[in-house]
Design a protein around this ligand. Structure first.
Ligand code: SAM
Ligand code: SF4
Length: 458
């Protein structure tokens, strides 16, 4: 993905260097790539390390307490760099920037620019003000400058891209789950028009992308607020009909908005990967109600059953939280039961933490940290067994793998993913990068599979 940000300066002047550090979700990754593209136009090259940077861009996350603390400790490390190089400009963007605004400039007096979650499109002008006028700014607009987003690639015929490229299709969230800071720092849902998304995907596929990852906090409520209210299922259909993308994935889907129309697309559209990330959060109806999730455990299971009936090979992953205020041992057991029942291929699990603006911060019956830690270990060890068992079931079969790049294992291996999002490492030449190949699965580990190429190369 990072390769999409390869910089190609268009102005001739002494090189300036940009260091980008991204915390948090894939939508932050996407915004960081946009910043890299915008500043590349002003002549910025990627800095190999922090100390050689003229500008440091830090994109932050505050969805959990731990993520926010990571940001502060990173910021702390930047003070000495500014002392060594007073010309260095430090920009902080993302959820922490939105949450604290000017206060961040006060707390860290060596920061130059704080940019809210809807301010990234204006980064070039803002940086110029900081550099030329010596201003220290907090820019937290209500709305993204959509014109400058649209114009980013207006005169390009392609965007330099890795094999997998993210495309944000909507920003914000309207769901207000009681534990969540996102609607408060990312604002209400706003969908990008279909034509704009399709144009960006075409530029990416021209630039080497084979798989497109559609991003939003709740992609399956896409379209509200757009003329004619196109559905997410319709967007998928249009992308398949009007671009030559080989694979499409999307994240995140909300169980309450997983319509029959969308489920049907898994059976109809060959480019849509047989994979769904569908956060369940908890298996207890009482806790789901307190979380304001808008579904019950049995409704969630019914959606999965329907999806598997249409697409039996579908891979599934989910997010689960332990220790939500008021979660009893019985509630926790219901979450474990749900994991047993669904048999997810992969799971992201978290300890609940209080967040600013989140109503659950004021809920009674907080669960002790020790209990949360014990529940998390229990849950993760159950899921580890399930994941390993499911990986082992793959051995002996053959899967189509889209090769993404050299494998971390080295040794002449490449790495790719199956449609079900399993990582496969196998011996193969680097010219396979970007190609889909049949791979026989010969070994299974906790987080990956080992394969052997099962077709002759020309
Ligand atoms: N929009 C997605 C959804 O509805 O699931 C994901 C949002 S959030 C960026 C990713 C995950 O962080 C959530 O699914 C949830 O499990 C976790 N999360 C959010 N708020 C949290 C909190 N206060 N404490 C612990 N985990 C949290
Ligand atoms: Fe947060 Fe819920 Fe929106 Fe996901 S759907 S971003 S968890 S409020």
């Amino acid at each position: 993905m990072r390769a999409r940000g390869e910089l190609s300066p268009q102005t001739v002047q002494a090189p300036r260097y940009l260091y980008v550090q991204t915390f948090g979700c894939q939508m932050n990754e996407y915004d960081s790539l946009r910043v890299e593209h915008m500043l590349a136009r002003q002549g910025y090259l990627p800095a190999s390390d922090l100390s050689s940077a003229d500008v440091i861009f830090l994109n932050t996350c505050s969805v959990r307490q731990k993520a926010e603390q990571k940001v502060y400790s990173f910021l702390g490390r930047l003070r000495s760099l500014k002392v060594q190089n007073p010309e260095l400009k430090i920009i902080v963007a993302g959820c922490v920037a939105q949450q604290l605004g000017k206060k961040l400039l006060e707390r860290f007096d060596y920061l130059d620019l704080v940019v809210g979650t809807r301010g990234v499109s204006s980064i070039s002008e803002l940086l110029e003000r900081v550099q030329n006028k010596g201003e220290r700014l907090a820019h937290l607009p209500e709305e993204e400058n959509r014109q400058s987003w649209q114009q980013l690639f207006a005169r390009s015929s392609s965007i330099n891209s890795g094999v997998v490229a993210p495309v944000t299709i909507m920003q914000g969230c309207n769901n207000f789950c009681t534990y969540c800071i996102v609607p408060h720092v990312r604002g209400r849902e706003r969908s990008r028009p279909i034509a704009e998304i399709i144009r960006e995907i075409r530029l990416l596929t021209n630039g080497g992308a084979r798989e497109i990852l559609l991003l939003g906090q709740n992609v399956n409520s896409y379209g509200g607020g757009l003329p004619g209210k196109p559905s997410f299922a319709e967007l998928l259909h249009r992308i398949c009909a009007e671009t030559d993308v080989a694979r499409i994935r999307f994240t995140t889907s909300h169980p309450k908005d997983l319509t029959d129309e969308l489920i049907a697309r898994f059976g109809e559209l060959a480019s849509v990967c047989k994979f769904l990330h569908l956060p369940v959060q908890a298996g207890s109806d009482r806790i789901l109600r307190l979380m304001n999730r808008g579904y019950t455990a049995s409704r969630y299971l019914e959606r999965i059953e329907r999806l598997r009936a249409i697409c039996p090979e579908v891979g599934l992953s989910s997010d689960v939280m332990v220790g939500f205020p008021g979660e009893t041992e019985e509630d926790f057991q219901e979450t474990l039961q749900l994991l047993e029942e669904v048999q997810f291929d992969n799971l992201f699990s978290f300890r609940y933490s209080d967040r600013p603006y989140a109503p659950s911060t004021d809920f009674p019956d907080k669960v002790a940290e020790g209990i949360k830690a014990r529940r998390l270990i229990h849950l993760q060890s159950l899921q580890a067994e399930i994941t390993l068992r499911k990986n082992r079931n793959e051995v002996g079969g053959a899967r189509e793998v889209l090769v993404e790049g050299p494998s971390k294992c080295g040794d002449g291996q490449v790495m790719g993913r199956t449609e079900q999002n399993r990582v496969v490492n196998f011996q193969g030449p680097e010219r396979l990068v970007g190609k889909s190949v049949k791979v026989k699965i010969v070994g299974a580990f906790s987080h990956s599979l080992r394969g052997e190429l099962a077709e002759d190369l020309d």
